[in-house]
Design a protein. Sequence first.
Length: 186
Amino acid sequence: MAMAYRERAILLLEQKLKSVNLRKHCLAVEAIMGELASHFGEPQENWKLSGLLHDVDYEETQDRIHLHSQMASEWLLGEGFPPAVAHAILVHNQAHGVTAETQMERALIYADALSGLIVASALVLPSKKIADLKTENVLRRFKEKSFAKGVHREEILLCEKDRLTLEEFISLGIQALQKESEAIGL
């Protein structure tokens, strides 16, 4: 029997990403993508895989950012992962100029960005626990341009193209990460 996609994805992450924090980020984006798939009534497997594997090539391409996600997409196609997953991963690095056309492709862009804002918002709480994070905390931090400067807020707002308000999306993202708090270390 062939190994399930997720098991293969975890092995690939462990081989390609030495940074524990980067692997935790991938798990966080996977969780948010799963919640988004459920919210939109879509099957979760490809959504979650795209979140889990979206940065699998990051350590290898970080000094050549123009190759980021292109290399991952090629690896995944070569390994027999679903083409829709490989394409969503390619599209999430908008430096390639490939436009996100499907809901899953757009979702990966905004889930990736939101995960960073949620984690940063949790880490400034006295408890540093995702369990104590509220939607209002993240909304307030979203408006503070000096907070988590690396977070692309315009990417988070892409959620509105899929008829998901910013508040709904943040709430959904927090809920997703609370379910995975142990895996992501928060």
